[in-house]
Design a protein around this ligand. Structure first.
Ligand code: PDD
Length: 261
């Protein structure tokens, strides 16, 4: 596997990180997950802009990461991944979309969990201990995602944004320091415009969630995935709903168009 490390392409085995590295010692670092559909990097610029935003706020001393787009493309080529749906995470690796597609078909189970994260969740930092613990709690409860609750509001998942449908309107938490501004979240808004689905950015209180007709998570790895069970209780008829289905279809056809272009 060829990776890119401090301005050089090299064998992954040759990478040496100092034990004094601040990322290693203090989790003082940022990351991005950009999905490649058959060699085409999806929304790379938006991901790299978010990286710059984080770097400004963590005061990392470097804010322009635009060259990473070309580097990511080069990594895909050098690793012979141009025909695969690969995921770029500083290295290029294969990503099996199969299990995620199955989950999308049937819908997933979630738990809700108190948000113990810091107050800068808008920065995509590598300090993910609360996310890892919450995800572990989900797994231990037979669920695939945990939704963070702060002040009674369902904010986002451990690795996805959260959305619900009320009276045919797709609702999701407004951008703030308490959620990550998802690239997929924004893409979904664009899809909603073309599908004539109304969107509202407002807090979703856990106490009101029984009024929702659908719940879903959205993100680079999850795309649009319906939620069919919450905290062990079946949600509605336990099947993905029409808005999620419409968005999944619109999502896939948009990717098809990009791949052909
Ligand atoms: N996670 N919220 C959180 C906390 C996330 O970690 C992610 C993405 C999202 C969705 O963002 P986007 O649409 O830009 O992927 C929301 C990535 C995929 C991960 O850590 O694997």
């Amino acid at each position: 596997m060829i990776v890119y490390f401090n301005e050089q392409f090299m064998d992954k085995e040759k990478v040496c990180i100092s034990p004094d590295d601040r990322g290693f010692l203090f989790a003082d670092g940022l990351y991005e997950v950009i999905r490649s559909y058959k060699g085409f990097l999806f929304r790379a610029k938006e991901h790299l802009n978010r990286l710059s935003y984080g770097a400004v706020h963590l005061k990392l001393g470097r804010t322009d990461f635009s060259e990473l787009e070309e580097i990511a493309e080069e990594l895909i080529l050098r690793n012979g991944l141009e025909l695969e749906d690969a995921t770029i995470y500083a290295v290029a690796s294969t990503f099996d979309p199969g299990p995620a597609e199955k989950k999308r078909e049937k819908g997933i189970h979630i738990i809700t969990i108190a948000d113990t994260r810091w107050a800068r969740c808008d920065l995509k930092t590598t300090a993910l201990t609360p996310n890892v613990l919450a995800n572990q709690a989900a797994v231990e409860n037979g669920a695939q995602e945990a939704i963070f609750i702060r002040d009674g509001v369902m904010l986002e998942g451990t690795h996805s944004n959260f959305m619900a449908v009320f009276d045919n309107v797709l609702v999701t938490a407004p951008l703030s320091n308490y959620i990550l501004g998802g690239i997929t979240r924004k893409f979904i808004f664009e899809l909603c415009a073309s599908q004539n689905i109304r969107v509202e950015e407002r807090p979703i209180f856990e106490k009101d969630i029984h009024l929702a007709t659908e719940m879903m998570i959205v993100g680079t790895t999850t795309k649009v995935t319906s939620i069919v069970r919450m905290n062990g209780t079946l949600f509605r008829d336990g099947r993905p709903g029409p808005v999620a289905r419409a968005l999944q279809e619109a999502y896939n056809s948009e990717i098809e168009i990009l791949n052909m272009g």
